[in-house]
Design a protein around this ligand. Structure first.
Ligand SMILES: Cc1cc2nc3c(=O)[nH]c(=O)nc-3n(C[C@H](O)[C@H](O)[C@H](O)COP(=O)(O)OP(=O)(O)OC[C@H]3O[C@@H](n4cnc5c(N)ncnc54)[C@H](O)[C@@H]3O)c2cc1C
Length: 390
């Protein structure tokens, strides 16, 4: 049987796995590392189906800090991720974010705004009149107000993933085209990964970056992980008439959309969607669910046209909607999880990839303290929820 040994083996080569691979090499170029990814076309991976939004509008300080680092990183990544002088474009658009809420949501926005400002974010609360002035097409009569963050925006998730991947490979990371089918344990450690091809990979540390499939991979090591796959639709649509350029707009009912080319990209997240690996597209969803919401908020969308709908999987952390970043202390010390981002994984990939690399190389967080996102809260059943709009 073919056996290969690395210092670190990363399971899953989407944006999380590729970010970890890059930061490991950046922190310690001498590490021998591989990334095990079955599909180099990334057909079903969540990253390529994401909407690309990146924002600082969170309540947990950790999420805000991860956004601050990640957004700066994304903006600089064309140069940072350049290989042999060839830049790695990510099409960053600093279009801003805008949360809009009914009066019942204003207290929440105000308290989150204070936390975000304390962490250096440029954010502003807006009255309904100010909203109307900035966005004349918006119906504001039922609103208590909004909050904008002009330095946020969106990028091309495919470009960001491939930037990490190409850079990691240029630094010596090996991408193995295979699927992990089983994990071998010895004491408080994972000792090997059995691949679908029959090969075995041995490593000093393993990283579970399998996204919506992360709980399956944890299961192979006997580690319960409350992360489930949840289908979500994204649509490309156009308005029925002229409309001002919009930032990334989100509301309390989880309507979320942004300008894209001549139209808009977005959807309305149904948190009650049954969990499972379901990629089937419901072509009636836009007309039934998204259109009434968007047309009520912006009447010019009464005549909206949906041109394309696609589906992708959120990797939902059922405990609290926040990610699990770290190992299982005392039980599986060398098996690191980076999963459960619940719709925010693209924007937090740079910061969380760096965090996992720090845990492996230095044995602890060096830059951002993400201890509260560790596995301990899962073990104890103690949620640490994000209370902003998710
Ligand atoms: C419609 C939609 C819109 C979104 N919009 C946004 C957004 O605006 N902003 C944002 O930040 N996030 C957004 N997200 C969330 C974001 O896409 C995810 O959080 C992020 O892509 C997760 O990255 P990942 O690398 O963990 O998972 P993935 O990209 O899914 O990668 C996981 C990889 O693991 C591999 N894998 C699975 N099983 C195994 C195995 N047994 N062995 C080896 N490899 C395996 C898979 O092949 C896959 O390539 C959105 C998601 C969806 C679906």
């Amino acid at each position: 049987m073919d056996q290969t040994r690395y210092d670190v083996a990363v399971i899953g080569g989407g944006i999380m796995g590729s970010s970890v691979a890059y930061f490991l090499k950046a922190l310690d170029p001498s590490l021998a590392e591989c990334v095990i990814e079955p599909d180099p076309t990334y057909e079903f991976c969540s990253t390529l189906r994401a909407s690309g939004g990146a924002r600082r509008l969170f309540s947990c300080p950790e999420n805000i800090d991860m956004s601050n680092f990640s957004i700066d990183f994304i903006k600089q990544s064309p140069q940072h991720m350049a290989v042999d002088g060839r830049e790695a474009p990510v099409d960053w658009v600093e279009g801003g974010y805008l949360f809009i809420v009914q009066p019942r949501g204003m207290r929440m926005l105000e308290s989150h705004c204070a936390i975000q400002r304390s962490r250096g974010c440029e954010v502003k609360l807006l009255t309904p009149a100010e909203l109307k002035q900035r966005f004349p097409s918006m119906a504001v009569d039922d609103l208590g107000g909004g909050q904008c963050s002009p330095r946020d925006g969106w990028c091309d998730p495919n470009g960001l993933l491939h930037g990490f991947r190409r850079k990691a490979i240029s630094l010596g990371a090996v991408y193995v085209q295979d699927r992990v089918a089983g994990l071998e344990r010895g004491g408080a450690a994972v000792t090997g990964a059995r691949l679908a091809s029959g090969a075995v990979i041995r490593a000093g540390a393993f990283v579970n970056a399998a996204g919506a499939w992360a709980a399956q991979v944890c299961d192979m090591a006997g580690m319960p992980l409350p992360v489930t796959p949840m289908r979500r639709f994204e649509h490309y649509f156009t308005a029925g008439g002229p409309i001002e350029r919009l930032p990334y707009v989100k509301d309390l009912e989880r309507l979320a959309f942004r300008s894209e080319g001549a139209g808009f990209s977005g959807g309305l997240v149904d948190g009650n969607e049954p969990r499972g690996f379901n990629f089937e597209v419901d072509h009636g969803y836009f007309e039934r669910v998204v259109w009434p919401a968007v047309a009520q908020r912006f009447p010019v969308f009464q005549a909206a046209k949906c041109h394309r709908t696609w589906s992708g999987l959120y990797e939902v952390c059922e405990l609290d909607g926040n990610p699990v970043i770290g190992s299982w202390k005392g039980k599986l010390e060398n098996f690191f999880v980076i999963a459960g981002f619940s719709g925010h994984g693209m924007m937090h990939a740079p910061a969380s990839g760096r965090a996992i690399a720090e845990l492996i190389v230095h044995g602890g967080f060096q830059t951002l303290d993400l201890a509260r996102f560790g596995y301990e809260r899962v073990e104890k059943g103690e949620p640490y929820p994000e209370t902003g709009i998710i």
